[in-house]
Ligand binder design. Structure first.
Ligand SMILES: [Zn+2]
Ligand SMILES: [Zn+2]
Length: 352
């Protein structure tokens, strides 16, 4: 029987671009920003290249920060984040082949910014995910910070205002992305993660410029909390990568908005009279099944089945009966405005 309290929680910044693609930062600057933002893990994803692995500041430990190099495969649409691969498939290949190639190499693949809207003022096209016929990828970047912040930039004044705040007009993840995630989960487990999509883009003139956003600021927006079966060793890179890989593959991950807090301690699991399953598991339905969870701080728990709110309650714990099979997950709301703080990965309850 698993013990939900014996997972080791690490806070990961996912989806970052450096000078190896269209970001403005060097690896040492990005690593330093990750340390300053208090991240445990930083996962770089430059466009169509794993070259940063060969950089003198490549994968490894930088104090308490573990720096890992993945990539973002970027066809004109349907961007795909790839982690734990030795190579990246070409962006010109059919999308199904791109996903299959990452899988074949033993890597993990996440559809990036699936409901991206683009931006008319900035003349950015939409990079939304359109290739819905392909399955087999690991998961979905349910909340991409850049993609969900961009709609706030409508006019030059609103753009200037938004450039000063990564949270301007931003309440939570795009409901369309969450709906898509709930929909996909009906057929198979699809792991949800959060990405920052940090570029530290410079805007303005030579003498009057602004960085949107500095890496340290981006790294304090969204995190993917990972629940590992053992503590990181901080010396055995292969083992530590395996622990992170397992958590990401199995959906032992939660989406966290740093705006509402960065405390660790959230846990979610399913429990019957004879067994327990962690978040991300596929569980056979039995009449005694319950969903249980813990929060380190007082929150409002919203319990959802197949994207529909089943119940809402406040407190430090949740303990609800699972009356039916379905995709069960929770959202933790927090603060005066009751904004989403944590989105769990689902527990997939299937009829036996
Ligand atoms: Zn992208
Ligand atoms: Zn990106």
């Amino acid at each position: 029987m698993i013990d939900p309290f014996h997972f080791f929680e690490y806070s990961a910044v996912v989806h970052v671009h450096s000078q190896y693609s269209d970001g403005t930062g060097t690896l040492p600057a990005i690593i330093h920003a990750g340390q300053e933002a208090g991240a445990d893990i930083l996962m770089l994803t430059d466009h169509d290249t794993l070259a940063p692995r060969a950089d003198p500041h490549g994968e490894g430990y930088y104090g308490r920060l573990l720096f890992l190099v993945g990539g973002e495969v970027t066809p004109p649409q349907n961007h795909l984040l790839a982690f734990f691969t030795d190579g990246l498939p070409g962006a010109q290949e059919p999308w199904g082949d791109i996903v299959a190639a990452v899988n074949r190499s033993g890597g993990l693949s996440f559809v990036a910014h699936p409901v991206d809207k683009g931006n008319a003022l900035l003349k950015l096209p939409s990079y939304r995910w359109a290739e819905r016929s392909v399955t087999g990828f690991t998961g979905l970047e349910v909340w991409n910070h850049l993609s969900s912040w961009l709609p706030a930039v409508r006019t030059i004044p609103s753009g200037l205002r938004a450039a000063l705040s990564p949270w301007w007009k931003l309440q939570g993840p795009d409901p369309e992305a969450v709906r898509l995630w709930d929909e996909l989960g009906r057929d198979r487990a699809v792991v949800g993660i959060a990405g920052v999509d940090a570029h530290a883009a410079r805007a303005g003139t030579r003498y009057l410029g602004i960085t949107v956003f500095p890496y340290r600021v981006s790294f304090l927006t969204l995190r993917t909390q990972l629940y590992l079966t053992d503590a990181l060793t901080y010396h055995d890179l292969a083992r530590d990568k395996q622990l992170i890989y397992d958590a990401m593959k199995k959906g032992r991950a939660a989406i966290l908005s740093c705006r509402e807090g960065t405390e660790k301690g959230f846990r979610l699991w399913a429990e019957s009279s004879s067994d327990r399953w962690p978040m991300g598991s596929t569980v056979p339905w039995t009449p005694d099944l319950r969903v249980k969870g813990n929060s380190p701080v007082y929150v409002v728990w919203r319990v959802l089945k197949d994207g529909i709110v089943e119940s809402e309650s406040d407190g430090l714990i949740i303990d609800v009966p699972v009356q039916q099979a379905g995709v069960w997950r929770v959202e933790l709301l927090r603060g005066r405005k009751q904004r989403p703080w944590i989105l769990s990965n689902p527990i997939y309850v299937r009829n036996a």
